[in-house]
Design a binder for this molecule. Sequence first.
Ligand code: SF4
Length: 588
Amino acid sequence: PIIAHYGGDPGNLLQILRDAQEALDWLSPETQGAVARRLDIPVTRVAAVVRFYTHLYDTPRGKYRVLFSHNITDRMAGSPALMAHMLKRLKLKRGVVSDDGLVSVGKTSCTGMCDQGPALLVNNRAITRLTPRRIDEICDLIRARAPLANWPAHYFRVEDNIERADMLLGSAYAPGEALRAAIACGPTGMMAEMRKSNLRGRGGAGFTTAVKWEACRDAKGDERYIVCNADEGEPGTFKDRVLMQSFSERVFEGMAIAGYVTGARKGFVYLRGEYSYLRAPLEAKLSEMRRNRLLGMSICGVPGFDFDIVIHMGAGAYVCGEETALIESLEGKPGLPRIRPPFPVICGYNNQPTVVNNVETLCKVTEVAIHGGLAYAGTGTRQSAGTKIISVSGDVERPGLYEYPFGVRVSQVLDDAGAYDAVAVQISGAAGQCLTPQEFGRRIAFEDVPTSGSFMVFGNTRDLFEAALNYSHFFEHESCGFCTPCRVGTALVARIMEKIHSGHGARYEFNELTRLHQLISTSSHCGLGATATNALQDIMTKFPTVFDRRLIKRDFEPGFDLDAALARAREVSNRDDANAHLAEGVDA
Ligand code: SF4
């Protein structure tokens, strides 16, 4: 029935595997073989997809699969101790399934709940604000084999935590308002408004939205597609979660307007796997909009204006936030970034012209439709029009969402959030930049401090080395492995950071990290590798004492005990000359 539900289309392979795992707990070789046969594709293709996505399992993981968020802000809030507590209560080792096949406990990069951490996922459902007592209760429910549907509903409550609202989060919205305004302009008129607005993408890169739409509209193709990138995987970012939870009408109308202007008739929302709990309410919202003729055929009664949306779930791969990797994933493949050009606006989903826009960008489209391009461009700065939503977490009194006109100073955000002892702010997640207090006067804008929206704040009791180590593990785990500089480089960085952490670091390691930063950032295939060591490099150069106090060895110290590694080989060959490999003039 799962395969039938997806029309037997191999393009839906990822969705089929997600649902199959939901029903069977893991994807055994037999399950993978059956899927391959039913879809008439090689089993190696199925296996490649299963291996690529973190949340798909080709080994048993237990009826209850618990994953603690490993993000630095969750760690600061106490997640390592809570995971240790759960492992002790369940008499388990991390990553090992219990003997009765009931439960496994592990960690995951980031759950997108940094404003209400520490958090965990159980079978893809988020539980926030964990305490030792809540962990005890969860252990009892697991031992009692209670179905998730019978767990207390308040465990799964995810709050919006909107602390400062402006144009988007604070204004009333009537369903269909933006669509009707766009229709009144006509496709050409609406495109003109988009140009006047100077709306730039909110995913981080800041590309002008109208330019993207025009390129898609003018490209040759049988079909066009609009993709909403809701794969919010940047550590510390959770604004898109709130927009999808409480402002989804705006997102969907923004997509429909993009379709109206470009000629696309189909849209996809690529929703990150950690936000699975949003899928059912979003499907319900889509149905409601179809009933109200805000989606589907002849939208708002306009003949020929047909547009509909499908929700596509991710399965735990940060790299799928990159638009070409996302498109590969939409096509049911591993999310490997494509070579560009051609860009997706020319050759995207199924090789057709495709616009990929961030969730927040699509919400902003509705503002442009309602207020007009010039009015929209009147807020913010010359190069950064409109407002920006910032996700604030870490050492602040009031974590949550803060919306400001572009141009707001970092210090203003920190004051509003109650960050009274901040010594550093990590902006734009692990791939972004780390600001010192001397930089808190800088402004949030594409021309000064651009951001996808993540603000992770570190107070004066924090050790920034822990943050840098966390980022190095994050990128080692999230590298898709396609190109050598990133695959090998991020692993080398993580090993060197661990060596320094364990007290065996010297200036040699520090210099090696700098050399690797230059290599990885300049020779990687996609943006993930290009930015993987940015934050680390910032911490190394702007916060020198963080490393100085750990570089305690005067000289290089091998991090690998060659002698110990050869012990087994000596045993097998009946040799006991422990230092044979060091002796000079040893016969081969
Ligand atoms: Fe994959 Fe990293 Fe290369 Fe990007 S840079 S393609 S994530 S290995």
